[in-house]
Design a protein around this ligand. Structure first.
Ligand code: ATP
Ligand code: MG
Length: 402
């Protein structure tokens, strides 16, 4: 074969292989199913042109699947460009019809409640206090003074939500709205590393964890809109807001603005409720405390959570966090011991338990000393006062252990 001819054959072979690989690539990267498109296609009584327009308009609102429609009220849907009252009603009715019947028997309702997943807190006692962990689909309020452990609980439940199912996790995504600018990546990674180490897990998937810096109420609302598309994609089961009332207190001042503030809070809580219900998500928010102005308040009511009745009614489980007494701290060699008291819940008694904040997040009081020892053995210095450089060292050291 002449050299020129030989070159042609090689070129031809190369082009065939290239074509084959592109074809292969094309088939393997086939588009994921567009649930919203499938849902719209099944609706009778809306023209094809209108369906295309609806797909675009709903998508611009962060709605990527039928459940996302449920997170909007009739009024909100009617406010979207080109959506009439009839179309909005039709959309909501269709969502309800594919989600099953509206009325359920006691047994059917129980089946739904039993199926709710529970997120572990890191402390068996705390899990038990709230009925076996934080159930999805509920609103949990953690309130207490600074350093009472609110954010540490949020870190530990986030790690537990991400963990694989065989290790008690939900293998589900987390959305964290950081309104105080206090979220610390290293702290969450430290806690995740502990679970990786103790369960001998190679790598907990952290790409389903999303954090947004939401210092203003406008940013929170924007984040919730964007969350509409993140939630189904990342299979989110936990949303953290640390803290909920801080931006409200910053943006509304004095008694004169209280009524408007509460109205705004109510609106935001309803947005959250619709998200939580549509996607069966646990919403956990932290809250600060204030002195109760009532001169006849009992010792237990001397401090109260901010947010008034509106927030009180929204929270399914309200937990008051405090430092444990010195007796408990000394008895268990747990200087970081805390108390958790359920102050309000429609199905749990007003009960109290103790837990601790250790180098690996939330743990049982009798485990704090062990955790400190383990952290020492691993050569891990988990003091929050560490500088950034030292923290990086800690991370590397811990990650190479297994
Ligand atoms: N790396 C760590 N190792 C051990 N304990 C820690 C570590 N980081 C934080 N803590 C404990 O957690 C406490 C702080 O708790 P947390 O951050 O949950 O407070 P908070 O209730 O969220 O307070 P705030 O209202 O100020 O946000 C510290 O005082 C310390 O006891
Ligand atoms: Mg905090």
């Amino acid at each position: 074969m002449a050299a020129e001819e030989e070159n042609d054959v090689v070129e031809l072979e190369e082009s065939i292989t290239k074509e084959k690989t592109t074809k292969k690539k094309k088939t393997s990267t086939s588009k994921p199913q567009d649930d919203l498109l499938v849902f719209l296609a099944g609706i009778k009584g809306i023209s094809e042109v209108m369906k295309k327009r609806l797909h675009k308009v709903l998508g611009s609102q962060g709605i990527s699947d039928p459940r996302g429609i449920k997170t909007h009220t009739l009024k909100q849907l009617m406010e979207l460009p080109g959506v009439s009252e009839n179309t909005a009603k039709l959309l909501l009715e269709e969502v309800e019809s594919i989600q099953g019947k509206l009325f359920l028997s006691l047994d059917e309702r129980e089946q739904i409640e039993v199926k709710r997943k529970k997120i572990m807190t890191g402390s068996l006692e705390l899990d038990e206090l709230i009925g076996g962990g934080i159930p999805t689909g509920t609103f949990v309020e953690l309130y207490g003074s600074p350093q009472s452990g609110k954010t540490q609980i949020c870190y530990t439940i986030s790690a537990n939500c991400l963990l694989p199912r065989e290790f008690g996790g939900l293998e589900a995504g987390v959305i964290w709205l950081d309104t105080e600018g206090s979220f610390n990546t290293q702290r969450l990674k430290q806690i995740i590393s502990y679970y990786e180490y103790t369960h001998n897990i190679k790598n907990v998937k952290t790409d389903r964890f999303m954090v947004a810096n939401t210092r203003t109420l406008a940013q929170i609302e924007l984040a919730l809109k964007e969350a509409g598309s993140i939630i189904p994609k990342n299979k989110v089961k936990l949303m953290i807001i640390d803290s909920l009332m801080d931006p409200f207190r910053a943006e509304y001042g004095g008694l004169g603005e209280l009524a408007v503030r509460q109205k705004h809070l109510n609106k935001l809580l309803h947005m959250l409720m619709r998200l939580a219900e549509a996607y069966d998500i646990a919403v956990v928010y932290t809250n600060q405390v204030m002195a109760n102005p009532d001169p006849f308040a009992t010792a237990m009511d001397k401090v109260m959570p901010t947010g008034g009745f509106i927030l009180g009614h929204a929270s399914d489980i309200r937990i008051w966090l405090r430092r444990a007494t010195s007796k408990i701290r000394n008895q268990h060699d747990a200087p970081n011991a805390r108390r958790a008291l359920i102050t309000d819940c429609g199905w749990l008694p007003q009960n109290e338990c103790h837990f601790s904040l250790g180098p690996f997040g939330v743990c049982d009081v009798d485990q704090e000393a062990n955790h400190r020892k383990l952290a020492g053995e691993l050569g891990v210095l988990f003091e929050s006062s560490l500088g950034k450089e030292e923290k990086e060292d800690v991370k590397t050291e811990f990650a190479t252990l297994d």
